[in-house]
Design a protein. Structure first.
Length: 711
């Protein structure tokens, strides 16, 4: 039996989430604050028998913050199970509670936790006339968390994530239409606590490895202590008896030491002197309390590990963070094995962010081998090393948009061949596209090297700060990767940057053409034809897909970079490419020319001479805030004003204003006014159009103002 689906409605980060799981190992990835911990908490509320019973009593802080008012709304957490065992006892459990009967036996089952208003409140809501917003407001005003109850149910036939189902069983707060049915069949049959599924399955949760040493020192969270408690009950009395006797004798011996007797006597005399005979204790002893019971002796053992120096074993607190985390994780896995051997008909192992402080090679090796028979494993991670070895068909991506978190499955709707192609592509470097807020795909080393430098120098922010992953697909083909970004799969924006390769030299044949010129024209014609075919193919591929956009260099990256007005950036590179004075002089003349055939040809010659990647590295040394980012690249980076938050726009403008100030021209009044405009924009007194107009009015020649004019 395995979890096939988790549905969450109105719980913490999640307004509505549908998480799909498969047998074996499943991966959940997402940025900080996206809701991975809350998702695991939702699973634990249904399956972790170690949670205190009070955990099921949720409170107002557990409601999704996107709700205008939580009062009257429900929190729904639903698990669906597949391949339910045909064992008679298991079938009986699900038939009595969670089963969805499709044949003679149950193969699929649902198990739900519903946090809802008590019947008195639901009755009042159901008695409201449609549209009675005033009456609804009066009822909601008096609702407190004490008016709520937690209910477990099973055998629910409906899709509880469906907004129409939610309105049917809970009500429509906009139109004020509430059901008078107090036990809607859509939520299934209520389950009594004695039939809790958590008591019937093996569920082990390994929390994020943040303070392992502290956990080892805590009696409740120490994984070694948990293991020892399990084994202590198996000790043979014939073996433990002599040990207990020796400990008892040792306690007596310690208590009879002359030094101990002296201290005991002096303590008694001091108390007698301070408090007097009447108020002094009748007797006082100092005793050794080494545990004599075999169970307690077993549990007093501590773990010592040799990590670095041969022959030396240190306590847990002496280990490196990575070493301590690895030991902790190993003990939790062993705890899981013990539990799996002795309990239940289904096994679940849930691990939260296991990679902390663990070397990348260990991460990959450990989780490549993390596979237990008849066990479903679910783990969350930030690690590209772990995500590399994860099966993309078993990945859920959590993305945060403001206060709302969505869950994507990147393999939905893809055929096995497509899934296989993507899986092979996602190595430890390129898998970071799964973690980004936005993705830009390029197919050249020059773009991969130079775009991050341009962004940092011109905008003052890194691609990481913008939440953008720049991925060089090289010869993989854009479609094979961009296919991931779709309404059915990853709902994040992906920009494709490539060359249109339109010819910038005359390609018309001339009787006086030399063989070299004829060859150059033929090459330009072939490149232009290929570029046009690529453009049409990618336009068709992106058509009707709101998550994809195509951005073309009119000619090529190097030529368009020069065409944007970057002669001052290119000129110093010439001496890194050429040595002979005549070559340098000719190249400088070409670069200074306004004829695209002349400077375009020179740019490609220099790139070909040293290699496009190395040429980009050389250019990167000379990029400054006054370097222009070609328009098609800027449009890929910032497709619209909402691409950046107000705070991020303010950071960009502050950076530009600092640069303008450093130039040293007499712009004090303009700078002061512009900074006031930025403050007004951040405080929402001004909008983006106001910001743009002010920047372009005060500093019309600034590189960023040039971009804003056409934004």
């Amino acid at each position: 039996m395995h979890i096939s689906k988790l549905q969450i409605v109105n719980y913490r980060n999640f307004k509505r989430a549908n998480v799909v799981f498969n047998k074996g190992v499943n991966t959940i990835i997402g940025e900080n604050g996206s809701g991975k911990t809350n998702l695991f908490r939702a699973i634990r509320l249904l399956l972790d028998d170690n949670l205190l019973r009070m955990a099921y009593k949720l409170d107002d802080q557990d409601f999704h913050r996107g709700l205008d008012d939580w009062r009257g709304h429900w929190i729904i957490i639903s698990l669906e199970f597949d391949e339910v065992s045909k064992d008679e006892a298991i079938q009986a459990l699900f038939l009595h509670s969670t089963g969805v009967i499709e044949a003679d036996t149950v193969e699929r089952a649902t198990y739900n936790l519903i946090f809802r208003p008590k019947v008195a409140v639901r009755t009042k809501l159901g008695q409201l006339e449609a549209g009675d917003k005033e009456g609804l407001a009066l009822i909601r005003k008096d609702i407190t968390i004490a008016d709520y109850e937690s209910v477990f149910s099973g055998r629910s036939p409906a899709d509880l994530c469906d907004p129409s189902i939610y309105r049917k069983i809970v009500g429509d707060f906009d139109t004020v239409e509430f059901p008078d049915e107090l036990k809607p069949p859509e939520i299934g049959i209520e389950i009594r606590s004695m039939l809790s599924l958590a008591k019937e399955v093996s569920f082990t949760f390994v929390q994020a490895l943040r303070d392992v040493v502290s956990d080892f020192q805590n009696q409740r969270t120490n994984p070694l202590l948990t293991l020892l408690k399990r084994k202590s009950g198996e000790i043979d009395p014939a073996t433990s008896g002599p040990i207990s006797k020796m400990v008892s004798e040792l306690n007596d011996t310690i208590g009879d030491l002359d030094e101990v007797k002296t201290i005991r006597s002096e303590i008694s005399e001091t108390i007698l002197h301070a408090a007097g005979e009447t108020y002094s204790p009748r007797s006082l002893a100092i005793k050794s309390e080494l545990p004599e019971e075999a169970e307690h002796l077993f549990q007093s053992l501590k773990l010592f590990v040799g990590e670095a120096e041969e022959g030396y074993q240190g306590a847990i607190h002496e280990l490196s963070l990575g070493g301590a985390n690895l030991i902790y994780l190993s003990l939790k896995l062993l705890e899981f094995k013990y539990r799996k051997q002795n309990e239940s008909f289904a096994s679940f192992l849930v691990i939260e962010e296991p990679e902390a402080h663990i070397h990348t090679h260990i991460q990959k090796t450990l989780f490549d081998r993390l596979n237990f028979a008849e066990t479903q494993i679910i783990y969350s991670t930030h690690s590209t090393q772990i995500s590399e070895i994860s099966n993309i068909a078993n990945i859920n991506i959590i993305a945060r948009d403001g206060g709302v978190c969505e869950v994507f499955q990147p393999a939905v709707g893809l055929n096995p061949n497509q899934i296989g192609n993507v899986q092979r592509y996602l190595d430890a470097i390129r898998s970071n596209l799964l973690f980004a807020k936005r993705v830009i795909l390029v197919e050249g080393d020059a773009e991969e090297i130079l775009i991050p430098i341009l962004v940092k120098q011109v905008l003052g922010l890194s691609l990481d700060e913008l939440g953008i992953s720049l991925i060089n697909i090289r010869s993989t083909g854009f479609e094979n990767v961009a296919i991931l970004f779709h309404d059915l799969r990853i709902r994040k924006h992906c920009a494709i940057i490539t060359d249109h390769d339109l010819a910038f030299i005359s390609t018309a044949p001339d009787d006086g053409d030399s063989k070299r010129v004829i060859k150059a024209k033929e090459k330009a014609i072939a490149s232009q034809k290929a570029g046009e075919e690529r453009k049409l193919r990618l336009e068709h591929f992106c058509q009707n897909n709101r998550w994809l956009s195509l951005h073309l260099a009119y000619n090529t990256f190097e030529v368009d970079f020069m065409k944007a007005g970057n002669g001052d950036t290119v000129k110093p590179v010439i001496k890194d490419v050429y040595v002979r004075p005549t070559e340098i002089a000719k190249a400088e003349a070409d670069i200074a020319s306004s004829d695209i055939a002349q400077f375009g040809t020179r740019m490609l010659k220099m790139a070909d001479k040293v290699g496009k990647g190395w040429f980009a590295i050389l250019l990167g040394k000379w990029v400054t805030p006054d370097t222009a980012i070609p328009g098609y690249i800027l449009r890929a980076l910032l497709p619209n004003p909402s691409s950046l938050s107000r705070a991020a726009w303010a950071n960009v403008l502050d950076y530009r204003l600092e640069h303008i100030e450093q130039v040293g021209l007499n712009w004090e009044d303009d700078l002061e006014h512009m900074r006031q405009v930025v403050d007004g924009f951040v405080s929402k007194k001004l909008n983006f159009d106001d910001l743009r107009a002010a920047m372009c009015a005060h500093f019309p020649t600034d590189r960023f103002s040039e971009f804003l004019v056409n934004f």
